[in-house]
Design a protein around this ligand. Structure first.
Ligand code: NAP
Length: 295
């Protein structure tokens, strides 16, 4: 444990892929003196004890947050409102409340109104993940070199924002600040719509006749396989992402549908130059992602 932990006590509400990765990184580097965890199921709570991820484990958000100077919600977005209501009165004065959710206007909307005066809300989104879930899926290096986007509301306490930023820096993330609405738009196109497309393609393939379906698995290395990895992501988490970023996702889907129709026309009319010019542009995007070490 380092001599100067960043926080005395952190409460992680939810301890799946993201929560357990954060717990592992925090414990590896001694960033917080005490880790309290709240999880819904008995099975997960028992696993947290076996894995040694926490100093205390509870089913009740109010008892987990008691005495914590930082609380981080690491649960599906649809749980935020109820958890905020249940924990609010147990927060200690000056406590910072944060989260790791994939949509940020909804975090401000669902947590903010319930927090007592004198506590501080600093929403965050580590842009890092895998298609796996649960406390066994996490690993301490998950956030290394990845962006963490902070979306505090205007006028948020600067000291609180900086303390949350420092925690994410210490687990390896690069920090950027964004307005919550802008975050939701950017993530709609970089994450949410790609997931929807993957879910759609894999869904379409599973509706094919039996003989074709078996060939889909056999020849999946042709490109399909990469979509199935994304489409294996947690169903509850992704249901909540779409329900909580409805407007931005629908706007980006509209643009995507128009571009898809344009490609359909190019194929129908044999306009190879249009196809080639788009594929050349998209190849350059892939190269810039590799250069930015985000591949
Ligand atoms: P996960 O692996 O499915 O874990 C979810 C955790 O939340 C589990 O520990 C679960 O407990 C707990 N939980 C669910 N409902 C609860 C409740 N009402 N009270 C207390 N605990 C509850 O999920 P995840 O992938 O870590 O995602 C968590 C959050 O991170 C989501 O908001 C998501 O948008 C965001 N995020 C995910 C990714 C990603 O790639 N996965 C990336 C960035 C951000 P049980 O196990 O007992 O059910």
């Amino acid at each position: 444990m380092s001599d100067t932990p960043l926080f005395e006590r952190i409460a992680l509400i939810g301890i799946g892929l993201i929560g357990s990765s954060l717990a592992r990184a925090i414990r590896r580097d001694g960033l917080v003196r005490q880790v309290a965890v709240c999880a819904k199921s008995e099975r997960t709570r028992a696993r947290v004890v076996e894995l040694g991820l926490a100093d205390s484990v509870s089913a009740d958000p109010a008892s987990a947050v008691s005495g914590a100077d930082l609380v981080v919600l690491c649960t599906p977005l649809g749980t935020y409102k109820e958890i905020a209501q249940r924990m609010a009165q147990a927060l200690k004065p000056g406590a910072i409340v944060s989260d790791v959710g994939s949509t940020k206007q909804s975090a401000l909307r669902d947590i903010g109104p319930f927090l007592p005066l004198g506590t501080h809300l600093v929403p965050a989104h580590p842009v890092a993940g895998t298609e796996h879930s649960g406390p066994d899926a996490g690993f301490a290096e998950l956030f290394q070199g990845r962006w963490c986007i902070l979306t505090p509301a205007p006028g948020a306490d600067e000291g609180a924002v900086e303390r949350v930023a420092e925690l994410w820096r210490r687990v390896g993330s690069k920090i950027t600040m964004m307005d919550a609405a802008h975050h939701d738009k950017v993530l709609a196109i970089t994450s949410h719509v790609p997931h929807l497309i993957a879910y759609t393609i894999v869904g379409t393939a599973t509706d094919l006749e039996e003989d074709t379906k078996s060939e889909v698995i056999k020849f999946s290395a042709g490109g399909f396989r990469d979509f199935t990895r994304i489409a294996a992501s947690d169903p509850v988490m992704w249901r909540d992402v779409f329900l909580n970023n409805r407007e931005a996702v629908l706007e980006m889907l509209q643009r995507f549908s128009e571009d898809l129709v344009a490609l359909q026309r190019a194929i129908r009319w044999g306009e190879g130059d249009k196809l080639e010019s788009l594929f050349t542009r998209t190849r350059a995007i892939r190269r810039s992602i590799i250069e930015a070490k985000q591949a």
